[in-house]
Design a protein around this ligand. Structure first.
Ligand code: NAD
Length: 469
């Protein structure tokens, strides 16, 4: 069985411990990787620290060229990465292909962003400039739903701004990230990028490490809170992209047959394991039954299966822990009096397969409405008054995204602005692009990624204030 190695100081290295990686399609261990030790983390931080002076003093265009070379490496090796991603994450080939392509797109777009020093004042008395300086060594910690994209998005932004990086993928999905690291190692100078697989404990050690100056984290809100607490000891900078329980509000003038496909796929793509997927669907009573019917038709045509099968449209849930959580929420739904429109019966076979489950007549207070399931199960809630729907949408500790669906775009924009979320879409949802800032309100995050705003989070703003007197 193949065991993947870690990237430290320009070399692929082994360790004394292993992480076994399970294919969620059949629950079998299919490969393993070396799990980095505390000592190896120290060595990686030393290497990143040593690489930093030269890397940060390169011209920004030179660093951008390195990131463009990384994009090229992804494109040249896409087929291998896609196969590996399907095996470890479970997603169907079309989704795995999209993730690899998106990762390359994010590299190229990030390399095209310009974070220039600013002159705030230039008068006879004074010239005042703001310089954006890299922080030093950045620790990037990633989840398992989009392992390649979410891990390396951080890396591209950190590298372009002049930092060196230690990246830790999720222990559930370390392989594509490690294999890509091996490819990037042919492109980058040693020490600039280090990729260490490990469990939650390695993540904790990164957050506490005095040689790491910033943590850029994507994962659950619970872990985000622990990171903030632990980062306080060294006053590390943190960017947190956390959980969500996004609401979509469908106004009575929306056309169910026109929007159903978009609603469905922004809820169920990647088997619902997307932070900014629609997780609560509020539908006006006038079109409630129609929306339920349209969504049920699409649900009945989906194929949940092994990602390697060409006809599969939705793969399994990625891991046992998450599968058990979603099954538990389904049991609550069955007791709650809500109506199951599709799915609802979990097959008794190997693999974390969960059917597309639409839950009508869900209501405030139900667990499925209050919690983030992070799986293919969606509550559909009826409303009669739009102010009430907005209030319910905002009545959540989360605030990642939200959307309004209507033919009256101006009204949509006004209502979207009342959603307490990092992003509010009109007539779409889950659209995240590298040139647009992305972040969460409330317990969904701190700071943003993407765009020039996101680049700033990898820098310290220094004011240079010159007297002309
Ligand atoms: P998680 O928080 O359990 O783990 C994420 C990463 O953090 C893993 O690499 C893990 O090993 C590490 N980790 C765990 N405990 C740690 C600690 N105390 N200190 C440092 N690192 C630690 O999350 P997950 O289950 O992998 O991902 C699912 C969650 O991520 C969902 O809530 C989802 O909404 C969220 N998510 C958010 C975004 C976003 O951009 N906002 C994107 C994807 C996923």
């Amino acid at each position: 069985m193949k065991s993947f190695e870690n990237l430290i100081n320009g070399k692929m290295v082994q360790s004394t411990e292993q992480i076994e990686v399970v294919n969620p399609a059949d629950e079998k261990v299919f490969a393993s990787c070396h799990s980095a030790t505390v000592h190896q983390l120290d060595v990686a931080v030393e290497a990143a620290t040593a690489a930093f002076p030269k890397w940060s003093s390169l011209k920004v265009e030179e660093r951008k060229n390195y990131v463009l070379e990384m994009a090229k490496a992804l494109e040249e090796n896409a087929a291998e990465l896609i196969d590996l991603l399907i095996q470890e994450q479970g997603k169907p080939r079309s989704n795995a292909t999209q993730e690899v392509q998106y990762t390359s797109l994010f590299a190229k777009t990030t390399a095209g962003l310009n974070l220039a020093n600013q002159t705030l004042q230039d008068t006879d008395e004074m010239r005042i400039e703001v310089h954006y300086k890299p922080l030093g060594v950045v620790g990037a910690i990633a989840p398992w739903n989009y392992p390649l994209l979410l891990g390396y998005w951080k890396v591209f932004a950190a590298l372009v701004t002049g930092n060196c990086v230690i990246l830790k993928p999720s222990p559930y999905t370390p392989l594509t990230t490690l294999r890509a690291a091996e490819m990037f190692n042919k492109v980058l100078p040693p020490g600039v990028l280090n990729v260490l697989a490990g469990g939650d404990e390695l993540g904790r050690q990164m957050v506490e490490h005095p040689g790491i100056h910033k943590i850029s984290f994507t994962g659950s809100s619970d872990t985000g809170k622990k990171i903030v607490a632990a980062a306080a000891k060294t006053l590390k900078r943190v960017t947190l992209e956390l959980g969500g329980n996004d609401a979509a509000i469908i106004l009575p003038d929306a056309k169910p047959e026109q929007i159903a496909e978009r609603l469905f796929w922004t809820s169920f793509n990647n088997s619902g394991q997307i932070c900014m997927a629609i997780k609560r669907l509020y539908v006006h009573e006038e079109i409630y039954d129609q929306v339920c019917d349209e969504l049920s038709k699409i649900a009945n045509n989906t194929v949940v299966g092994d990602g390697t099968n060409e006809d599969t449209t939705l793969g399994p849930i990625q891991n046992r822990m998450q599968f058990d959580k979603v099954c538990d929420i389904l049991e609550d739904v069955k007791k709650s009096g809500a109506r199951i429109l599709s799915g609802g019966e979990v097959p008794d076979k190997p693999g974390y397969y969960f059917p597309v489950t639409l839950v009508a007549d869900a209501k405030k207070g139900d667990r499925i409405v209050e919690e983030e399931p992070f799986g293919p199960i969606l509550p559909i809630i009826k409303f009669s008054n739009v102010d009430d729907a907005i209030e319910q949408a905002n009545d959540s500790p989360y605030g990642l995204g939200g959307s309004i669906w209507t033919q009256d775009v101006e009204k949509g924009v006004q209502l979207a602005a009342r959603l307490n979320s990092g992003t509010a879409w009109v007539n779409q949802h889950s659209v995240v692009l590298p040139h647009i800032p992305f972040g969460g309100a409330k317990e969904s995050g701190l700071g943003v990624e993407g765009s020039v705003e996101g680049l700033k989070h990898f820098t310290e703003a220094q004011v240079i204030n010159i007297s002309k007197a």
